[in-house]
Design a binder for this molecule. Structure first.
Ligand SMILES: Cc1ncc(COP(=O)(O)O)c(C=O)c1O
Length: 322
């Protein structure tokens, strides 16, 4: 296997825990959780694993500034600017949405970590402004490295290939891995890791904001590209990717009854925190699938927690949590 540059700052391996009280409350299958909300780096989350490779690549290229983009309450951006601070890069974030009057949650943390922030009111202008920001940084000699949306390039996906290896080494018998999927890097890494490390169960992404067909084609292509980074291309097809689009109809970041119930159940039954946008929605999907009998009682389902909890404290969500 070809080696790729990697920095080691994630707290690994993340633990796997049993959720017996949640299983009981749902009369469901055995449920486990993999705690990637505990990966370290600014409250943890799935981006830590991707950033180990992305920041290493930025360093190799001689970059001085990390540039990335996302929503105002982006977890990815919060972790990117924390990594920038830790490894001595400047960081510019292009954030979409109305600039909050008072900074809270991820948007507050972005500033604490020293991000230069450019807000874009309308999402349709985001790609253009991100490109202009990048071009201006090049012109000013700031040596930028573009961290893609969600860290989901082939390089970023490497983090989740090795997460699958880590999981296999934890020796748990699991039939399903369930998690939230959006920009696809986590999903692509897990699918490629599944092939490489012979995980026999199924890897099911609950879509946060994308149609199933789009995820299948994007994730299979990203997994194929990521395999090239390891030395030999493996061609994945749409059929290699399992995705469920049933829980994202309300739109990105729209907090509804399903997310609220999932957050309450995990909190009340297991003392665990989910986030309102990603893991809350993914868990709502898993809970609904359990109730519908999608998993059999003798199966084991592992919920892969991808982090995001700081967003709980954004006014937009905290006001409607209870
Ligand atoms: C907490 C959390 N979970 C899941 C995801 C989705 O991961 P990916 O973008 O790799 O699909 C994100 C993306 O930002 C996230 O912040």
């Amino acid at each position: 296997m070809k080696a790729n540059a990697r920095l080691h700052f994630a707290h690994l391996p993340t633990p796997i825990e049993e959720l017996p009280r949640l299983t009981e409350a749902l009369s469901g299958p055995r449920i486990l959780i993999k705690r990637d909300d505990q990966t370290g780096l600014a409250f943890g989350g799935n981006k830590t694993r991707k950033l180990e490779f992305l920041v290493a690549e930025a360093r190799e290229q001689g970059a001085k500034t990390l540039i990335s983009a996302g929503a105002i309450q982006s977890n990815h951006c919060r972790q990117t600017v924390a990594a920038a601070a830790r490894f001595g890069f400047d960081c510019t974030l292009v954030l979409t949405g109305e600039k909050p009057k008072q900074a809270s949650a991820n948007f507050l943390l972005d500033q604490l970590f020293g991000a230069e922030i450019i807000t874009v009111a309308d999402r349709k202008d985001r790609d253009r402004i991100l490109q202009e920001t990048f071009d201006n940084a090049v012109a000013a000699g700031r040596k930028p490295y573009l961290v893609p949306y969600g860290g989901s390039s082939p390089t970023g996906s490497l983090g989740y290939i090795f997460a699958m290896e880590e999981f296999m080494n934890q020796n748990m018998k699991v039939d399903w891995i369930v998690f939230g999927t959006s920009s696809g890097g986590t999903h692509a890494g897990l699918v490629l890791g599944q092939r490489m490390f012979a995980f026999k169960g199924k890897v099911l992404g609950i879509s946060i904001d994308e149609p199933e067909e789009k995820l299948k084609s994007h994730v299979s292509e990203l997994a194929s590209q990521a395999s090239e980074k390891l030395g030999e291309r493996i061609n994945f097809t749409r059929d290699d990717v399992l995705a469920n689009e049933d829980y994202c109809q309300a739109g990105y970041g729209v907090f509804g009854a399903g997310e609220r119930e999932a957050i309450h159940l995990f909190a009340n039954k297991e003392g665990l925190l989910l986030d309102p946008v990603y893991t809350g929605r993914a868990a709502a999907g898993m809970i609904d699938l359990i109730r519908k009998g999608f998993f059999t009682k003798d199966e084991t389902v592992l919920f892969w927690h991808t982090g995001g909890q700081p967003a709980l404290f954004a006014d937009k969500y905290s006001n409607s949590l209870l």
